[in-house]
Design a protein. Structure first.
Length: 324
C-alpha cells in the first residue's frame, strides 16, 4: 500500500480522500515538525504533503528512499528545494488558482484593519475604556479615493487591484512585465520607485525568489509616504523586517499589515509592540472553500503521480532527470 505523510493537520474531508489513495500519517502537533523527525518520517513514504514553514531541503530530500511526489499545500514553493527533488526524480506540485480570492480578501482586511485601527479599537472596547464617542479617538487613514500600489501582477495582485475599483482608488502596479488583466481593471504600470513614492497603500503579491528577497528594504521604505501602509500577504522574506521595524518606529511609514514573516513562524519581537501593525498567522487562504479546494488539488496531484500520469500542477516536469 502507498504511504503518504502530511506535515500538518488538514480538513477531515481532505484526509479522507487521501486515505483512498493509501495509508496516511499526519503530524498532529501544533508546532512545526522538527527537522530530525521530518527526515525520519519521510524515509519510506511515497508522497509528502508539506506546507509553508516546513522546509523540504536537500537534507530532507536525501532521506526520501521511495518518494514519488512532494505535493505542496500552497501556491508558493520556496520551502522546497526543487533542484534536489528533480535530481532524485521526485515530482513537485503546488495548488495555484484556488486561493486567489481568499488571499486578496485578507490583503484588504489587513489594509482596512491598519488604516482604520480596528484591532486597537477592539482592544479599547474590551478593556472597558470606551466612554462615548470622542472626536479625537483613534483617528485613522481614509482608503476611499486614495492610491493603491500593487507589487506583483499575478492572479492575487490583480484580484487585490480589482477590489480597489470599488473604493474609487487610483491603481498603480509594478511587475517584471506588463500584464493585460490588471491593466483592464484600470491599473497603471510604473516602476517600483514611482509606485512606492506615490502610493498610500502598498500590497505585496510577488513570489519569493532571489530577486524578490528583501525587495522592501530600508531604501525602499524611505521612498514611501509618511502616512503609507504596507501589506504583505506574499512571503515574509520579501520584506526586511528589521528595516520595517525601524521605519515604523521612526515614522518613515504609518503602519503595516503582515500575514507572513521573514523567519516564519518566528516573528520579529519589536513588531508585537507597535500599535499600527496588524499581525495574522499566515491565514491568507484560510477560508473553508479555499482550503478545501487546495486539499482537493493535493489529492488530484498525488493520484495522478501514483497512476503514472503527469500531475496537473507539476512544477518541475522539464527538470526531472530520472523516473521511478
Amino acid at each position: 500500500m502507498r504511504k503518504i505523510f502530511v506535515v500538518r493537520r488538514l480538513l477531515d474531508v481532505v484526509l479522507s480522500e487521501l486515505r483512498s489513495l493509501g495509508e496516511v500519517e499526519v503530524y498532529n502537533k501544533e508546532d512545526v515538525i522538527p527537522k530530525e523527525e521530518l527526515m525520519e518520517r519521510v524515509r519510506d513514504v511515497d508522497a509528502v504533503v508539506p506546507l509553508p514553514g516546513v522546509d523540504i531541503d536537500r537534507d530532507v530530500i536525501s532521506c526520501m528512499r521511495k518518494c514519488i511526489i512532494i505535493a505542496n499545500y500552497a501556491v508558493g514553493y520556496n520551502n522546497i528545494d526543487i533542484d534536489a527533488a528533480s535530481d532524485r526524480g521526485i515530482l513537485v506540485t503546488n495548488t495555484p488558482d484556488v486561493l486567489t480570492e481568499a488571499t486578496a480578501d485578507l490583503a484588504w482586511a489587513l489594509m482596512l484593519a491598519v488604516a482604520r485601527r480596528i484591532v486597537e479599537g477592539d482592544r479599547f472596547v474590551r478593556e472597558g475604556r470606551f466612554k462615548g464617542m470622542d472626536p479625537l479617538l483613534l483617528l485613522g487613514e481614509d482608503i476611499y479615493g486614495k492610491t493603491l500600489g500593487v507589487v506583483g501582477a499575478g492572479r492575487i495582485g490583480t484580484a487585490v487591484a480589482r477590489r480597489g475599483v470599488g473604493f474609487d482608488m487610483r491603481l498603480l502596479y509594478y511587475s517584471r512585465h506588463r500584464h493585460d488583466k490588471i491593466e483592464r481593471v484600470g491599473a497603471e504600470y510604473v516602476d517600483l520607485s514611482t509606485l512606492l513614492k506615490e502610493s498610500d497603500f502598498v500590497s505585496l503579491n510577488v513570489p519569493y525568489t532571489k530577486e524578490t528577497h528583501h525587495l522592501i528594504n530600508a531604501k525602499a521604505l524611505a521612498l514611501m509616504k509618511s502616512n503609507a501602509i504596507l501589506v504583505n500577504t506574499a512571503r515574509g522574506p520579501v520584506v526586511d523586517e528589521k528595516a520595517l521595524v525601524d521605519a515604523l518606529k521612526s515614522g518613515v511609514i504609518r503602519g503595516a499589515g503582515l500575514d507572513v514573516y521573514e523567519r516564519e513562524p518566528e516573528v520579529t519581537p519589536e513588531l508585537m509592540s507597535l500599535q499600527r501593525v496588524v499581525l495574522t498567522p499566515h491565514m491568507g487562504s484560510a477560508s473553508y472553500r479555499a482550503r478545501l479546494k487546495m486539499g482537493k488539488l493535493v489529492v488530484k496531484n498525488i493520484r495522478a503521480a501514483f497512476d503514472g500520469e503527469v500531475p496537473p500542477n507539476l512544477l518541475n516536469g522539464s527538470r526531472i532527470r530520472k523516473s521511478h
